[in-house]
Every structure is written in structure tokens, then in C-alpha cells.
Design a protein around this ligand. Structure first.
Ligand SMILES: Cc1cc2nc3c(=O)[nH]c(=O)nc-3n(C[C@H](O)[C@H](O)[C@H](O)COP(=O)(O)O)c2cc1C
Length: 378
């Protein structure tokens, strides 16, 4: 009897252990016991696993909180690039030929995606910081230009990573870590790496699946102010070409040609220019019907004294561009875009602002259309 009791207790304990094990093992579709079903990174771990980009640290663990090493990131990108053949050895004293990462490091260095430390060392086991991650991904993408939002710790982003951080934030590949901080010198954990890779690669898959090439990716609005018609012509070209809606930014008191005479010290525009306190221009409305439905907003304006005409200020401050891509454009006699786009982005405080484009007052439609083709919005 005593034996039977003991055996039953042992069987029960074994069943409980097995159940516990199965429960933990089945915690998420990833099969990793340390990746529960509903964390912020679960889907990303499933994505990188199913795409063969990252494997576990053991058969049953992913180690989401461990840092990502330089060798690992080189390997991930190398896998994503299709493991091209590598002509030369990596050439670092700490990267022996024939290791699991030596081809990847050779490839990353050959393509100027990751460099060594300059003393013959690569540091394969060193953790990748978040700003290094941004820079590596940005170089892998071909160093595109972008205007990103400023982070609270913008000042601690190293200069080598500054353009890269702009690009990863503008494209929502890397987001802040809370309180609008980027945490540039923080380690990129493996969970963050999975999430960043999914943010970066999944939209590209969506793009390649959509081969119709005809429909714009989202709904587009072209909002503009034009005092003498040049910006209006560009705005209408954009709207026609992209089948976008237009919204005319209209001052309650329109500017007459006398108002616009910048050679007359007493004209309205000179008075406004001379004293920023006079620059507030009331608009007939800043409310765009169904504004929430737009994914992309072009904002057009003439250049006045080297900057954006302040007529657009109220439109920019009173709308919420969160989740939208904003593309500034302007016309001028000769001045460049300058900081007009980034100034408006700062004024708005929301939205992902691209660098934008300046056109001459008499620009042709085909020049504008060429620029639009390059934006890859279709
Ligand atoms: C008050 C005022 C200031 C201007 N300042 C500049 C300037 O600093 N640089 C420039 O290249 N053009 C300047 N221009 C010219 C306009 O930017 C240019 O004609 C523009 O295409 C006008 O656009 P719109 O017809 O849509 O108003 C100015 C025009 C006005 C009326």
C-alpha cells in the first residue's frame, strides 16, 4: 500500500512537471520558453525565426534580454542579403577564418556596412549599441537622407550615427525607449533586434507583394499656400500626378500685390517680416475634412526672406500629423529649401517629416513629376 502511494505520488509529480514544462514550452508560437505569448516582441521573434534571420541561443531559449553582438548583427544582415560569396578574408586578428561569422564579417566590411576598430580588431563579441545598430542598418540601406524627429537625448547621439538615427526614426524602424529618448549608447537587446528587423524588412515585403504599381500606398493630401500662383501650379501638378486631394491654406485677409511689395518698407509683408510679433496670419480654416484619413501630407509654400511664408504656420501648428508622412515643398526665385522644412517640422512637433524639395517659380511639370517618382510613393 505504502509502495502504491509512493508510486502514485511520483507519477503525479512527473505528470505535473511534464504539464508545467509543456505549458512553458507552448508559451508562444515561437517555441521558446523565454518568449511568452503576449509580449511586445513575440511577433518579432516569430518573424525573425520564420525568415531564418535569427535562431535561438539554445533549442528552447531566445534570450530576449541578452545584448546583440557585432558578429551576430553582421550575420543577420549577411543572411538577409542572401549569403553572397566573399572574396577576401575579414582580415582581423580576432576573426579567425572558418568561424560561423567570418564570411559575414568579411562581407560587411567589404561593403562598408561595419568597420573594424582600426587596430586590426573587429570586436565580434562586443555588444552593438542602439546608435551603432542604426548606423549599420542605414549603411546597409545605402545611406539614404531623411529628416527625423528630435529626441530628448539628441545631444548624446554620436556624429557618425546622426543621419542614421534620423533615418531609422523617420521610417519608424527604431523608436524611442520612452520619454522621447533614443538611448544611443544603450545595448540593442536581442528582442529589440528582432523588432527592429521586422520594422525594417516587413514593409519591404509588403511593397514587393504589391506589384500593381498603380495605386498610391495611402491617401495623400496636398495642402498649400500660394500668394502669386507658382506654388499653386506645383501643388496641382502633385495632386494630378498622385490623384491626391488638395487643401488651400487661405488667409482671412488675402495679400494684395501692395501687401506683397517687399521693396516698400511700409508694406504689410515687410511690417510682418520686421517684427515676428506681427506675423500671426489668421486663416479661414485650418480644418481639413477627414484629415485623419490621410497617410501622406505635402505642404507647399513660397519662400519669403529665405524661410517658409509664415502664412502656413497656423495650419502646421493646429493639425496633428502623428502617424503621417509630411513632405514639404516650396517655390522661390533663387533661395534653396534651406531649413524651411525642418523649421516647420519643429513647429508642428508631430509627424514624420521628409527632407522636402524646392522648385523655381517657373518649374516644369515634368521636373516635379520626376521628383515624385523618386519619392517612391506609388
Ligand atoms: C515677400 C516676399 C519675399 C520673398 N523672398 C524671397 C527670398 O528670400 N528668396 C527667393 O528666392 N524668393 C523670394 N521671393 C519670391 C518667391 O519665393 C517666389 O516668387 C515664389 O515662387 C512665390 O510663390 P507663390 O507664387 O506661390 O506665392 C519672395 C517673394 C515675396 C512676395
Amino acid at each position: 500500500m505504502e509502495n502504491l502511494k509512493r508510486t502514485s505520488a511520483l507519477v503525479l509529480a512527473a505528470v505535473m512537471l511534464l504539464t508545467l514544462h509543456l505549458t512553458a514550452y507552448a508559451a508562444s508560437g515561437t517555441g521558446y520558453t523565454d518568449v511568452p505569448e503576449n509580449t511586445w516582441y513575440t511577433e518579432a521573434v516569430e518573424y525573425v525565426s520564420s525568415h531564418g534571420l535569427m535562431t535561438g541561443t539554445s533549442d528552447t531559449t531566445f534570450s530576449p534580454d541578452q545584448p546583440t553582438s557585432r558578429a551576430m548583427l553582421a550575420t543577420i544582415l549577411y543572411r538577409n542579403a542572401g549569403r553572397p560569396s566573399v572574396s577576401t578574408a575579414a582580415g582581423f586578428t580576432d576573426v579567425a577564418d572558418g568561424t560561423w561569422y567570418s564570411d559575414a564579417v568579411g562581407w560587411a566590411v567589404e561593403n562598408e556596412i561595419i568597420s573594424g576598430y582600426g587596430n586590426g580588431l573587429f570586436g565580434p563579441d562586443d555588444p552593438v549599441t542602439r546608435e551603432q545598430f542604426a548606423a549599420i542598418l542605414w549603411r546597409y540601406e545605402g545611406r539614404p537622407a531623411a529628416v527625423g524627429e528630435d529626441f530628448a537625448d539628441e545631444g548624446s547621439i554620436s556624429s557618425f550615427a546622426s543621419a542614421a538615427v534620423d533615418w531609422v526614426s523617420a521610417n519608424r524602424i527604431m523608436n524611442g525607449v520612452g520619454e522621447n529618448r533614443f538611448d544611443p549608447q544603450g545595448d540593442a537587446t536581442r528582442a529589440q533586434t528582432a523588432q527592429i528587423l521586422m520594422n525594417y524588412l516587413a514593409p519591404k515585403e509588403d511593397d514587393s507583394e504589391d506589384d500593381s504599381g498603380a495605386e498610391p500606398a495611402g491617401k495623400i493630401l496636398v495642402a498649400y499656400y500660394s500668394a502669386t500662383g507658382s506654388t499653386q501650379t506645383v501643388a496641382e501638378t502633385i495632386a494630378d500626378y498622385l490623384s491626391a486631394d488638395t487643401f488651400v491654406i487661405t488667409p482671412v485677409e488675402p495679400y494684395t500685390s501692395a501687401d506683397l511689395n517687399w521693396t516698400d518698407n511700409s508694406s504689410r509683408v515687410v511690417q510682418e517680416h520686421n517684427d515676428p510679433a506681427n506675423r500671426h496670419v489668421a486663416l479661414t480654416t485650418t480644418e481639413v475634412p477627414d484629415f485623419d484619413s490621410y497617410d501622406t501630407v505635402f505642404i507647399g509654400y513660397p519662400i519669403w526672406w529665405g524661410g517658409a511664408s509664415w502664412v502656413v504656420d497656423d495650419f502646421v501648428t493646429e493639425n496633428d500629423f502623428t502617424g503621417k508622412t509630411v513632405i514639404p515643398f516650396c517655390t522661390s526665385s533663387s533661395s534653396p529649401l534651406g531649413s524651411s522644412g525642418t523649421d516647420l517640422a519643429a513647429l508642428a512637433g508631430t509627424g514624420t517629416w521628409l527632407e522636402g524639395q524646392r522648385f523655381s517659380s517657373s518649374v516644369s511639370a515634368s521636373t516635379v513629376e520626376q521628383w515624385l517618382d523618386g519619392l517612391d510613393l506609388q
